[in-house]
Design a protein around this ligand. Structure first.
Ligand SMILES: Nc1ncnc2c1ncn2[C@@H]1O[C@H](COP(=O)(O)OP(=O)(O)OP(=O)(O)O)[C@@H](O)[C@H]1O
Ligand SMILES: [Mg+2]
Length: 259
């Protein structure tokens, strides 16, 4: 499998805090990769750098071999990386359909020229068809006219994932998609991730505090602690890695991982 995202020697500090401190990892195309670590480990900051919201002070990020670090978010999105946010960023008064349409319009700056020459209606009709298709894919057609703020938290998370689909990206970064979501809806989100992965070839990096979920559903796992990457590999290796156990439990372990 080829590498879709390559992170090398990444570093950024905020004031005196080294949020990300020399992090390197590769993400395989077509994989579901878990990104875990205790609070404040630097997980969200890695996403912020990979999607252009934060400029790194050290290192580089390559997407399909091309440097993307330091590029603005809309350019990175157009290259093929989408994301959701730890704190939901939907427009609460707009319905589900319009939240998806806004995501598409965010990306069509260059098409405004076309709009001026009368393409607007055709483009709008196409965007609506795309939005309907996405609502079907995330199984929310029955809620399409409901204001996003009135949807359940889990449904809002589904719309956020849907927003990434409206940009037709290849790599989707999900920042805690299961946090605060009830068990039934968690199942629905997981099904969606697997369907998009298996049937549509999307690659995922998922930040989650639910370690069982990550271990059960990821092909690879990367572990951060205090801004440093302390382990990466298949879930079964990560589960038994003494450094990982120590980071989570805060206790020392010997070579065999025993306390
Ligand atoms: N914009 C910022 N300004 C100042 N400090 C920041 C900023 N963003 C992150 N930090 C700090 O950088 C460190 C890493 O934060 P980050 O949000 O990446 O952690 P995280 O692993 O996502 O944690 P959590 O699991 O709690 O979401 C923390 O100490 C945080 O307080
Ligand atoms: Mg975070």
């Amino acid at each position: 499998m080829s590498t879709i995202l390559e992170v090398k020697g990444l570093g950024v500090a905020f004031g005196g805090v080294r949020a990300v401190d020399g992090v390197s990892f590769d993400v395989r195309e077509g994989s579901i990769t878990g990104l875990i670590g205790p609070n404040g480990a630097g997980k969200t900051t890695v996403f912020d750098i990979a999607t252009g919201f934060t400029r790194p002070q050290h290192g580089e990020v390559r997407f399909r071999g091309r440097r993307i670090d330091g590029l603005p978010p809309h350019v990175i999105a157009r290259r093929g990386i989408g994301r959701t946010f730890q704190v939901i960023r939907l427009m609460p008064r707009l319905d589900a359909t319009n939240n998806l349409l806004v995501a598409q319009r965010d990306q069509v700056g260059e098409r405004i020229a076309g709009a001026l020459f009368g393409d607007w209606r055709r483009q709008e009709a196409e965007n609506r068809r795309t939005a309907q298709g996405i609502l079907e894919r995330v199984d929310l057609t029955h809620r399409k006219d409901v204001a996003a703020g009135s949807l359940s938290y889990g449904q809002q998370k589904l719309i956020e994932i849907g927003r990434t689909l409206s940009l037709d990206v290849d790599l989707i970064l999900l920042d805690e998609p299961m946090a605060g979501v009830n068990p039934a809806m968690r199942g629905q989100i997981l099904d969606l991730i697997h369907r998009l992965n298996e049937e549509h070839g999307k690659t995922f990096i998922i930040i989650e505090h639910d370690i069982q979920m990550i271990m059960g559903h990821s092909d690879d796992v990367i572990v951060l602690d205090h801004g440093k990457e302390i382990a990466q590999g298949p879930p079964q290796d990560i589960q038994n890695d003494p450094r990982v156990i120590e980071a989570y439990l805060g206790v020392g372990h010997d070579e065999e991982g025993k306390p």
